[in-house]
Design a protein around this ligand. Structure first.
Ligand SMILES: C[S@@+](CC[C@H](N)C(=O)[O-])C[C@H]1O[C@@H](n2cnc3c(N)ncnc32)[C@H](O)[C@@H]1O
Length: 393
């Protein structure tokens, strides 16, 4: 700040060097003002850093050394096996962006952002976005030209399918690529950086039925957090069988389930999900969908919600959508970036409050409340909905 103050008069005089320095300082100031984990996740979505990082296998090695002092290009070359010149050229970009501190010639120290980037789950996100989302994004200009510049909607004909030349829907493609699937699962629960995640604070134990079913729960991070805060409730982790197979060390109260009518559309063609719905328990108190609807286009969300509606007990069961709610005007770049990421990933979409209301209304739900994000305005909010009492039930 002090240096920026000193530069003020030079800036007014239009000094280009002062301008350059001020720009660099302001970038650094932005990094300092943001939560390190937020910046780390934002960088995962940012092409140049992600691409350049993939040039050399240094991330894991740097984490292993957990070195706090300066590290030189020679040391990094020894750790990674990469050519020293290559390291210098790549780290130059990270230093210029303020992710590393260039403390001397060919010598760097790590910033908190770099450390957050090296945490295993965020590092997994960097790899997954590079290998899946960016590959799909590269093909977007050609794909969109061929599809007359319309938002992709079809789950077997989207950007991922175009890039990977497959008709497998994205989650099925992921299952056929175990390393990528592992990275995807690890990143879930971390995609929002340090932005707040909601934890329910008002659940009362049901009778026979579970209190909460987490649909598409991934590795169960939300249920584990919920149980830690409100122990003793019966909850169900629902996801694809191959995902559940990798879930270990769940708390006692959490059951797993690999079949669910709310995602019944897949039962037709997704052989990995049992066709039988016999072990499904309807009438839970809460059906929790965290980052599920954003994976899908509207017509698929309608099918998912219609399946769910028939499982819910009117007047009792609650639907909680834990999703980013894009403002109708003034979206942040994180909002916009995730929206396009969802388009590339699975023909999905981040939605505004109005879009959610329209979708829920069309599926026969009444919105009870919309809980705005706490803290960062582009954190997730919660849409709370119940089945409509309209004589149709
Ligand atoms: C974007 S992730 C969200 C994970 C977690 N809820 C979170 O917010 O971190 C979507 C999840 O939906 C699961 N999923 C996709 N298709 C599914 C299906 N047909 N049945 C059940 N789960 C499915 C995926 O395996 C994945 O874990």
């Amino acid at each position: 700040m002090r240096r920026l103050d000193v530069l003020k008069s030079q800036l007014v005089a239009g000094d280009p060097d002062a301008q350059k320095e001020a720009l660099m300082l302001s970038r650094k100031l932005t990094l300092t003002l943001n939560e390190p984990a937020n910046t780390a996740v934002e960088i995962a979505f940012s092409v140049k850093y992600n691409v350049s990082q993939r040039f050399i296998p240094i991330s894991a090695k740097i984490t292993v050394t957990s070195k706090n002092g300066p590290i030189t290009a020679t040391e990094l070359a020894a750790l990674s096996g990469a050519e020293e010149l290559l390291i210098v050229r790549v780290l130059r970009l990270l230093a210029a962006s303020g992710v590393l501190n260039e403390v001397d010639e060919k010598t760097w120290t790590f910033t908190p952002v770099r450390q957050a980037m090296a945490t295993p789950d965020i590092a997994a996100g960097h790899r997954m976005i590079f290998e899946l989302i960016l590959q799909a994004a590269w093909e977007a200009p050609q794909y969109l030209r061929e599809t007359n510049y319309k938002c992709p909607e079809n789950r077997t004909d989207g950007l991922v399918q175009y890039a990977f030349q497959t008709k497998l829907e994205t989650f099925k493609l992921l299952i056929s690529k175990p390393a990528l699937r592992k990275d995807f699962d690890a990143f879930m629960g971390n995609t929002m950086g340090a932005r707040n995640y909601w934890i329910l604070d008002d659940v009362s134990p049901g009778s026979e039925s579970p209190v909460l079913i987490d649909v598409g729960a991934g590795k169960g991070h939300d249920l584990i957090a919920l149980n830690a805060k409100f122990p003793g409730h019966k909850s169900v982790l629902q996801d694809l069988q191959p995902v559940i197979d990798n879930v270990h060390d769940l708390d006692g109260g959490i059951e797993t389930m690999a079949s669910f009518p709310a995602l019944a559309i897949y039962h037709i063609e997704f052989e990995l999900i049992s066709l039988s719905l016999s072990h499904f328990t309807p009438g839970a108190r809460v059906y929790f969908y965290h980052h599920i609807l954003h994976d899908w286009s509207d017509y698929i969300c309608l099918e998912i919600l219609s399946g769910l509606r028939s499982a819910m007990k009117p007047g009792y069961s609650l639907l909680l959508l834990h999703e980013m709610i894009i403002p109708e005007k003034g979206a942040s770049d994180f909002h916009a970036m995730l929206d396009l990421t969802m388009m590339a990933f699975n023909s999905g979409m981040e939605r505004t409050g109005r879009q959610f209301r329209t979708l829920l209304d069309a599926a026969g739900f009444e919105v009870v409340n919309i809980w705005a994000p706490e803290g960062a305005r582009d954190a997730d909010g919660i849409e709370e909905a119940m089945v409509k009492f309209d004589g149709v039930l």
